[in-house]
Design a binder for this molecule. Sequence first.
Ligand SMILES: *[C@@H]1O[C@H](CO)[C@@H](O)[C@H](O)[C@H]1NC(C)=O
Length: 294
Amino acid sequence: MASFFASSVPLPVKSFFLACFFMAASAGNFYQDFDLTWGDGRAKILNNGQLLTLALDKASGSGFQSKNEYLFGKIDMQLKLVPGNSAGTVTAYYLSSKGSTWDEIDFEFLGNLSGDPYILHTNVYSQGKGNREQQFYLWFDPTADFHTYSILWNPQRIIFSVDGTPIREFKNLESNGVPFPKKQPMRIYSSLWNADDWATRGGLVKTDWSQAPFTASYRNFNAKACVWTNGASSCSSSSSSSSSGSKSNAWLSQELDITGQQRLKWVQKNYMIYNYCTDTKRFPQGLPLECKMS
Ligand SMILES: *[C@@H]1O[C@H](CO)[C@@H](O)[C@H](O)[C@H]1NC(C)=O
């Protein structure tokens, strides 16, 4: 710093550069928002906190988690997945609470051989019960560039989106007896690990360790969310409404507009490859209640 701000630089210019430096450092900084939790050095924060990478090799995968717990939020993250032969690898990116009756909202990216499509696997757990898988192909190569994966979680619904296109909606149907995640604060978690017993073509294609280390990258984390601290939500105070400092909390009651509903239908028609709600063989006693409601 000392040599960069040489004393010949006029003061207004100096303070301009200082302002830019501190603003950039505070907007979605991985050092500030996340802890690297496992993988013994395989998880890394780079570029002054603007980039995070996870690696997997034969000895171990790696992972990180948010410092904050959230009770509702609109959470965006850009991911670039393991390129090339990623068969057998799974990149999980999810929200989860703790305990035996936990809630969870999952994105999992199942790798594949070079040129074969990833599967985006999603699930919703409420009070420890999941079994709500929906799987999709993507309409782009998720390893070629960063794409935005978002979870909107408010008291009425959960919406999974990819680059702003909704791919799945899980509505609050508590009034029909379907538990909905809304009492347990959740943290954001992500991990890259080996799951070649099931991930690629149901476990037929194994991880090729000669390609290791496998790497997935993260950037541009952005959360408009209610931060949960010591049993209180940042959203219940009238003055501040979100962790990002934004005044608007429209996301807390956001729903799909007509365009969103049409996009959702387009994805479900063209890219959905598995839906638990149509898997009658799996549920011989009858489909889960929420499947009959929508
Ligand atoms: C991998 O590619 C095969 C062949 O195209 C496909 O059947 C499968 O769904 C793809 N994805 C995964 C994760 O297995």
